[in-house]
Design a protein around this ligand. Structure first.
Ligand code: FAD
Length: 503
């Protein structure tokens, strides 16, 4: 079995200072602070006042918001400069997603566009493809979408029945099938479509104007009503070989690895939405009086606010840590190397997705509770926040599927790592990280007891994998928060939860 070079065994699988060249991972520079401020103003002045129009599926408003975001440079944060982007770090792109997380449904449209709707070209496109699509996507002239799901291929995403058959005489591909619940479906100009070929799943670039492409009716949804969700119908759509993205038969690598990055991006958006919920809760609790006191005077309400702040802090530390680690990945030259690098961080991305989406779930639930009956009324924004939050545990892989990814990726890395680990004799009250050490020690004990050594019949072992994923997730978050706190909590994670919530 190949061993990693890190010597600290089990502990090396969790956030670690040595994996960062600049350990102050949550600190924002002047440029990042300016970006944050710009987005705050964009969301406040342009996005939120238009939310009712977006919810009425006024596609023109969506397109204008995309153009405005493009003008501000927000759509090209991860696009190379050579293709009119800003080529900034994953940490900065995380900050952009976090700030945009305050933008209700537009945040979803934005994230899909700048994540799965753009990154496949950045990482897997040919020069010609990058030149054709990236400048348009970075400017907001075009909107992007990503079409993987089908009626019978949800969590089992690679069980696609959409087909692409090659016409041997012309070299063109003919695509047939239906892709379900595609975000941005009605406003997108270009879709990354996954279809079954004889060589396996392949990714294709399909433009809205190609003959045979049509869009079904808008879905009627519980929340995020301002984002377009509809079926992409592909009826004998003919595309040339230049529309194949990456290698024929290797589309599953693109689908899954781009999803890893999308999960981290979603975590950032959920952190923003959680902070928005906390701010909503604090504002209301300070204003509302019962028994002649503001709600903030009651310890049970204070406890709710404190729990929200703790979870948000953990989620933010973890997401900024992971983004900073991804920023330090070696520039991978070949498709194979890139896929390997991204796949190595599948566990980290899934941890962030699960933790941040569940933090958001708890935050909107408690914010509604603090509003009492008023929270149930549409006059109060928390009603929308509560409905909009629900999707996050479902898309970009359900949290069940992400928990399986955490456990399985952890097991793989665990078996590749020197297992000499935490010595119980080293855990003592004087250590600042004694709880993390003790938790890691318990995980070590657990690993000996769990019957997950062999890969066979993993479905039957799901309950063990579920427990393992939660233990691994909690230690990961604790260590990320510890690293930030070690720097005196000077970072953005701490400041941002504090700044607008003065009690
Ligand atoms: C509003 C919205 C927007 C979306 N946008 C897009 C998009 O832009 N592009 C795109 O391609 N897709 C999109 N999707 C699809 C989304 O990614 C899928 O809905 C999601 O992956 C889950 O698939 P499913 O809904 O078919 O659920 P299913 O796979 O049928 O799962 C149902 C339940 O069973 C659980 N389950 C399934 N398999 C297992 C297992 N092996 N072990 C344990 N539990 C399991 C799931 O966790 C879930 O709780 C969107 C969906 C929605 C609702």
């Amino acid at each position: 079995m190949e061993k990693t070079s890190q010597a600290s065994g089990l502990q090396s699988l969790f956030p670690d200072k040595s994996s960062l060249s600049h350990p102050d991972f949550s600190h924002l520079g002047e440029e990042e602070k300016l970006i944050a401020k710009t987005i705050d103003m964009f969301v406040k002045d342009q996005v939120l006042p238009n939310n009712k129009n977006l919810e009425a599926h006024d596609y023109q408003t969506s397109k204008e918001l995309f153009a405005a975001a493009g003008e501000l440079g927000l759509l090209g944060v991860e696009v190379p400069e050579a293709f009119d982007g800003l080529e900034m770090s994953k940490k900065t792109s995380g900050l952009v997603a976090e700030k945009m997380g305050y933008g209700a449904s537009f945040s979803v449209a934005f994230n899909i566009h700048s994540g799965v709707g753009t990154l496949p070209y950045v990482y897997f496109g040919t020069e010609v493809q990058k030149k054709r699509y990236l400048p348009k996507l970075a400017s907001g002239e075009w909107v992007g979408a990503y079409a993987l799901t089908e009626p019978n291929a949800g969590s089992d995403a690679l069980a696609a029945s959409t087909t692409a058959k090659i016409d041997e005489t012309t070299g063109n591909w003919i695509i047939n099938g239906e892709k379900q619940w595609i975000t941005n479906a009605h406003i997108a100009n270009v879709y990354v479509v996954f279809a079954k070929t004889e060589a396996g799943i392949t990714a294709f670039i399909v433009e809205r104007e190609f003959p045979g492409v049509s869009i079904g009716a808008e879905e009627k949804k519980l929340g995020i009503k301002g984002s377009s969700t509809a079926t992409l119908i592909l009826d004998d759509v003919k595309v040339g070989p230049q529309q194949v993205l990456g290698a024929v038969g290797k589309g599953h690598h693109i689908a899954l690895n781009i999803l890893n990055l999308a999960r981290l991006k979603l975590a950032f958006a959920n952190i923003g939405a959680s902070k928005q919920a906390l701010e909503t809760a604090v504002k209301y609790a300070k204003e509302r009086k019962q028994f002649n006191k503001a709600l903030t005077a009651f310890p049970m309400i204070q406890e709710k606010l404190a729990d929200m702040a703790i979870s948000i802090y953990g989620a933010a530390c973890s997401a900024y840590y992971t983004a900073s680690v991804l920023d330090q990945l070696d520039g991978s030259s070949t498709e194979e190397q890139l896929i390997g690098s991204l796949a190595r961080y599948a566990m980290d991305c899934s941890i962030n997705k699960v933790y941040a989406s569940e933090t958001l779930h708890d935050c909107v639930d408690e914010t509604l509770q603090i509003h009492g009956g008023y929270g149930y009324m549409q006059d109060y924004d928390v009603e929308r926040q509560y409905r909009d939050a629900r999707i996050n545990r479902l898309f970009e892989g359900t949290n069940e599927i992400n928990r399986l990814t955490i456990a399985k990726s952890f097991l793989k890395r665990y078996h590749q790592t020197e297992q000499a680990v935490v010595n119980p004799a080293d855990i003592h009250g004087g250590r600042k990280d004694q709880f993390i050490q003790f938790s890691t020690y318990l995980l070590q004990v657990m690993m000996k007891a769990l019957p997950v050594e062999k890969k066979e019949n993993m479905d039957e072992k799901q309950m063990y994998l579920r427990v393992l994923s939660d233990v691994v997730k909690e230690i990961y978050i604790m260590k990320a928060a510890y690293l930030d706190a070690e720097q005196g909590g000077r970072g953005h994670c701490f400041q941002a939860t504090e700044s607008r919530c003065n009690l």
